[in-house]
Design a protein around this ligand. Structure first.
Ligand SMILES: [Zn+2]
Length: 69
């Protein structure tokens, strides 16, 4: 009986640990995705994907650069 309780405690701890670990890991991946840097096709400036303008499958830092090429 004591062994069963001990096993249940260990399993519970492992499940809790994996959920906690996955939560932190997912948060880190999401943060990395939003901060992925891409190079502007026109002026070679690096900008984050969120701030970039995508035209014809290429990344540009501004509307001016996007209209240049
Ligand atoms: Zn540019």
């Amino acid at each position: 009986m004591i062994m069963k309780l001990l096993l249940l405690g260990v399993v519970g701890y492992v499940i809790y640990f994996f959920f906690f670990k996955d939560g932190g890991f997912s948060k880190k991946i999401n943060k990395d995705d939003s901060e992925t840097m891409v190079e502007c096709e026109a002026c070679d400036v690096y900008i984050s994907v969120e701030d970039s303008i995508i035209k014809d499958g290429k990344y540009y830092c501004s509307k001016e650069c996007a209209s240049l090429s």
